[in-house]
Write a protein that binds this ligand. Structure first.
Ligand code: NDP
Length: 240
């Protein structure tokens, strides 16, 4: 894979822990200028600029993106990674639970994309990677809110590809399966064991295995890939 010749301005939402942090570390390793957000404004990897932003709050995103652009220049690579779960079987799922998961995972990604797209259009160059989930394709009991939010990201990437594909901008979706992070550590041990049994690879993945795919999609080598959904799931979602 081609290493970057000049550092790109990269923004990763939710880059303080889990998959987002591994993604930020991968871009840092490749020599990019990386800004990450967390709600506290703390905890990003060494070498990254950590900024406070809540993706449900447009004003906080405006401030974080302005600070990232002041430090590193217009955002050239956006990874919309911030996400939450709030699992409950449908009969018990409140309207608030549905709306808050959609607001963070789907509308939060929209808010972030919208705020970086103008400068990408001006430069006629940009890379957008949206972090979805195998659950957005395959479904999962207790995750109507999460599955809806994650499949909605595919619509964003594909509509954006049709809007902006001729302007050197790509928008792709990465759909991780089960990855070792705080999100999956919170699952009961018996649930984790049943997921492992269903995954052809027989294991959860390390976050870096997602990060390397994101890094490829952001590279020049991936210039002709857009509107794609790339599973990183050990075979769990095959055919979906
Ligand atoms: P973690 O729970 O470890 O981290 C979630 C990240 O999202 C944190 O950085 C958190 O920041 C940030 N975040 C949450 N809500 C907001 C918000 N309102 N505004 C800004 N940032 C927010 O999750 P993972 O690393 O496991 O997941 C990262 C992404 O990957 C998510 O979108 C998730 O849905 C997806 N995914 C994860 C899988 C897994 O197996 N782990 C599988 C498939 C997809 P803060 O520290 O401020 O809370």
């Amino acid at each position: 894979m081609t290493e970057p010749t000049t550092p790109r301005s990269v923004l990763v939402t939710g880059g303080n822990r889990g998959i987002g942090r591994a993604i930020a570390e991968e871009f840092l390793r490749r020599g990019d200028a990386v800004a990450v957000t967390s709600r506290s404004g703390q905890g990003g990897p060494e070498g990254a600029l950590t900024l406070a932003a809540d993706v449900t709050d447009g004003a906080s995103l405006d401030a974080a993106i302005a600070a990232a652009e002041e430090a590193h220049g217009p955002i050239e690579v956006l990874v919309a990674n911030a996400g939450i779960t709030d699992d409950q079987l449908l009969l018990r799922m409140s309207d608030d639970s549905f709306e808050s998961v959609l607001d963070t995972n789907l509308t939060g990604s929209f808010r972030t994309v919208k705020r970086v797209i103008r400068s990408m259009m001006r430069k006629k160059k940009g890379r957008i990677v949206l972090i979805s989930s195998v659950v957005g394709l395959y479904g999962s009991p207790g995750q109507v809110n999460y599955a809806a939010s994650k499949s909605g990201l595919i619509g964003i990437a594909r509509a954006l590809t049709r809007e902006l594909g001729s302007r050197g901008i790509t928008a792709n979706v990465v759909a991780p399966g089960y990855i070792d992070t705080e999100m999956t550590a919170a699952l009961p041990e018996d649930v984790q064991a049943s997921y492992r049994a269903a995954i052809p690879a027989g294991r959860f993945a390390d976050p870096v295995e997602v990060a390397r795919v994101v890094s490829f999609l952001a590279s020049d080598d991936a210039a002709y890939i857009s509107g794609a959904v790339i599973p990183v799931d050990g075979g769990l979602g095959m055919g979906h």
